[in-house]
Design a protein. Structure first.
Length: 304
C-alpha cells in the first residue's frame, strides 16, 4: 500500500476533495479517487470524508492507495486496427460501438479486453485495474485514434502532456445546420448537468475550463462538416460545445434533437489526428486514422 500526504495551500479552499486530489496527482483519475473515498481510504485530519467534502487551507489529507491487484477483466481475442506500436506505446483506431474500458454493464468486448489479449502483461497500471494502459478515452460511438501506454513511465509522461494540453488532437464531425462563419472558438466550463446526471453541460458553477476550436471544411443544405481542435479534454466536450452554439452532432442521441433522418448509430465524431512527443525518444510523432466507412457514405449522401 502507498500512503500519499497533501497539505491544502491558501487559495485552494472550497474545492471538492475528489477534484483537489485528481488535480494534485495526474496518476489518479477522479473516478478512482471517488472509489477510494467510498472505501474510506481518504482522511482529513484523521477523519474519513466523502467526495463532496470541500477542502480548507491547512487541511492535512492522507490517501491510502491499495497495491495493484490482478484485474477480473479477461483478455479477449478481439481484432485491433493498429496504427503504430513499439515497446512504450500503442496507437489504435477504435471502431464505432466499442466501449474503451469496462464499467457497470460493460465488462466484456471493451478495448481494454482487446489490448489485454494483445499486450499481455505489457500495460501500465496507473489508472487502476479497470483501465490498464488507458491514458485518455473517447466515447463508445466515437471512432478514431486512441493512445495506449505499455508501461508506467510512458503513462506518466503522456498524462503530463495531456495535462499541459500539448497533445495534438484533431476531430472530424458533421453537425446539424449550416455554420455561417468559417471558424470559431467555443469557451465554456463543462461539468455534470444539474438535473440529468448522465449528461454533461456548460456549468459555470462546478465545471472545468473547456476550449474547443472549430473550422468549417464543407457546407451542405442542412449540415456542416467541421474539424474540431481540442485545447482541453473534458467528457463529451465537442458534443456539448457544438450543441451549445445550436449545432449538435448528427446522430447524437444524448445532446441532439432526437431526429435521426440518416439512421445513424450515435454521433458522427471521429478522432482523426493524434500527435505527441514520444516518452522515450523525445521525437514528435503524428498519426492519422482514416475516416470510417459510415462517415464517408454520409458525406457522399450529403453532397448529393
Amino acid at each position: 500500500m502507498e500512503i500519499l500526504n497533501y497539505v491544502v495551500s491558501d487559495g485552494q479552499s472550497g474545492i471538492r476533495i475528489d477534484r483537489y486530489l485528481s488535480d494534485s496527482n495526474e496518476d489518479l483519475s477522479r473516478s478512482y479517487i471517488q472509489k477510494l473515498l467510498k472505501e474510506q481510504k481518504v482522511t482529513v485530519q484523521g477523519i474519513f470524508v466523502k467526495a463532496n467534502y470541500k477542502v480548507q487551507a491547512g487541511d492535512v489529507i492522507t490517501v491510502e492507495v491499495p497495491d495493484m491487484t490482478e484485474p477480473d477483466i479477461l483478455p479477449e481475442d478481439i481484432p485491433l486496427d493498429i496504427l503504430y506500436e513499439d515497446e512504450d506505446v500503442l496507437v489504435v483506431n477504435k471502431p464505432k460501438g466499442m466501449v474503451v474500458h469496462p464499467s457497470a454493464g460493460h465488462t466484456t468486448g471493451t478495448l481494454v479486453n482487446a489490448i489485454m489479449a494483445h499486450c499481455k502483461e505489457n500495460l501500465s497500471g496507473i489508472n487502476g485495474v479497470l483501465r490498464p494502459g488507458i491514458v485518455h478515452r473517447i466515447d463508445k460511438d466515437t471512432t478514431g485514434a486512441l493512445l495506449v501506454c505499455k508501461n508506467d513511465n510512458a503513462h506518466r509522461d503522456l498524462a503530463m502532456q495531456l495535462k499541459e494540453h500539448s497533445i495534438k488532437r484533431r476531430y472530424r464531425a458533421i453537425v446539424a445546420g449550416v455554420i455561417k462563419e468559417n471558424e470559431g472558438t467555443i469557451e465554456g466550463p463543462i461539468g455534470r448537468h444539474p438535473v440529468d446526471r448522465k449528461k454533461m453541460a456548460i456549468n459555470y458553477k462546478n465545471g472545468k475550463e473547456a476550449v474547443t476550436h472549430y473550422r468549417v471544411l464543407e457546407r451542405f443544405p442542412n449540415a456542416t462538416y467541421v474539424e474540431c481542435r481540442l485545447e482541453t479534454g473534458r467528457t463529451h466536450q465537442i458534443r456539448v460545445h457544438m450543441t451549445s452554439i445550436g449545432h449538435p452532432l448528427l446522430g447524437d442521441e444524448v445532446y441532439g434533437s432526437g431526429r435521426n433522418p440518416y439512421h445513424l448509430q450515435g454521433q458522427t465524431l471521429h478522432a482523426m489526428i493524434l500527435g505527441f512527443v514520444h516518452p522515450s525518444t523525445g521525437e514528435y510523432m503524428e498519426f492519422t486514422a482514416p475516416l470510417p466507412e459510415y462517415f464517408e457514405k454520409l458525406l457522399e449522401k450529403l453532397r448529393k
